[in-house]
Design a protein around this ligand. Structure first.
Ligand SMILES: [Zn+2]
Length: 288
């Protein structure tokens, strides 16, 4: 099937009252674990890659080639999007050129007029190529590739202005945070989410920082227009935990237990389980 844009999968999710999981990848194991789980669960899936992770893996071309080849070689038949996560203006252009099927342009650090100008240009480029684009209004709290902000809430009128540019999906801060949530976190701001969903009409919404939001809040957000949920930290935590157990049990010292294919296998299995749990929570299982 190759890589597809977010257009169809997010529209179907928006109308069907479920959300598609965006899972960030870091390497080959991550990519494989997510794709295999999507295939097993018959779920559409979004492979999210930040610019930092792109650099880590070697560059835009490496990531695009890896994702495309893996979908083909593993016979993945469910819809798969390769999506640049929190892209800069320049990064979005490079990702498009390299073959990503979708980009997020995070212009939230620009003044709103400049965010609008740059988003508008990238909307035109992606539309022409049949790709999708996610835009962001108001920073997402927590750490965003080095940028720290605290649980911000977007202005619904600014959301409307960006949504009206023709973006495929829209990320708006509603008190959500990247990384792990602090104990005194106030929860999602559903009043703002409702207002944003009302003014942006048919544009599906994105919830970033999907790790650690209580299940009932996630479900409520989905019922209010959230059709894409970003999960990153949770896969990292489950991977690290499983690999740590393997090493603490000194399994790497037995036979060829040091073989990276053995050493990383428990981590990969743990990612698969986390992804499956999230797909179940988001309601995307069987939707492909
Ligand atoms: Zn994010």
């Amino acid at each position: 099937m190759g890589l597809v844009s977010l257009e169809d999968m997010c529209k179907k999710a928006y109308e069907g009252g479920y959300a598609v999981g965006h899972f960030n990848i870091n390497n080959l194991e991550w990519t494989r674990a997510i794709l295999e789980t999507a295939q097993e669960q018959k779920s559409p899936v979004i492979l999210g890659v930040s610019e930092g992770a792109t650099r880590y893996m070697g560059g835009f071309k490496v990531v695009a080639a890896l994702a495309k080849a893996m979908v083909e070689d593993l016979n993945i038949m469910v819809p798969v999007a390769l999506h640049l996560d929190h892209g800069t203006y320049e990064g979005a252009k490079k990702a498009i050129e390299a073959g990503y099927s979708s980009v997020m342009f995070d212009g939230s650090s620009y003044p709103i007029e400049e965010n609008i100008e740059k988003t508008k240009e990238l909307v035109a480029t992606t539309k022409k190529l049949g790709l999708s684009i996610e835009a962001e209004v108001g920073a997402i709290g927590g750490e965003e590739d080095g940028v720290v902000a605290a649980g911000e809430v977007a202005d619904p009128q600014e959301c409307k202005r960006i949504a009206d540019l023709g973006v495929t999906i829209l990320a708006a801060g509603i008190g959500n945070i990247h990384g792990q949530y602090p104990e005194n976190w106030k929860g999602l701001d559903f009043d703002v989410l409702q207002e944003v969903n009302n003014v942006t009409e048919d544009v599906p919404l994105v919830l970033h920082g999907g790790t650690g939001i209580p299940d009932d809040m996630v479900k409520k957000a989905i019922s209010m227009g959230v059709s894409k949920i970003n999960v990153n930290t949770e896969c990292q935590l489950s991977f690290a935990k499983a690999v740590r157990v393997y090493i603490e049990k000194k399994k790497d010292l037995v036979g060829k237990g040091y073989d990276p294919r053995k050493l990383l296998a428990p981590g990969t299995a743990a990612i698969k389980e986390t992804v499956r749990e999230k797909m179940e929570l988001f309601g995307s299982i069987g939707k492909a």
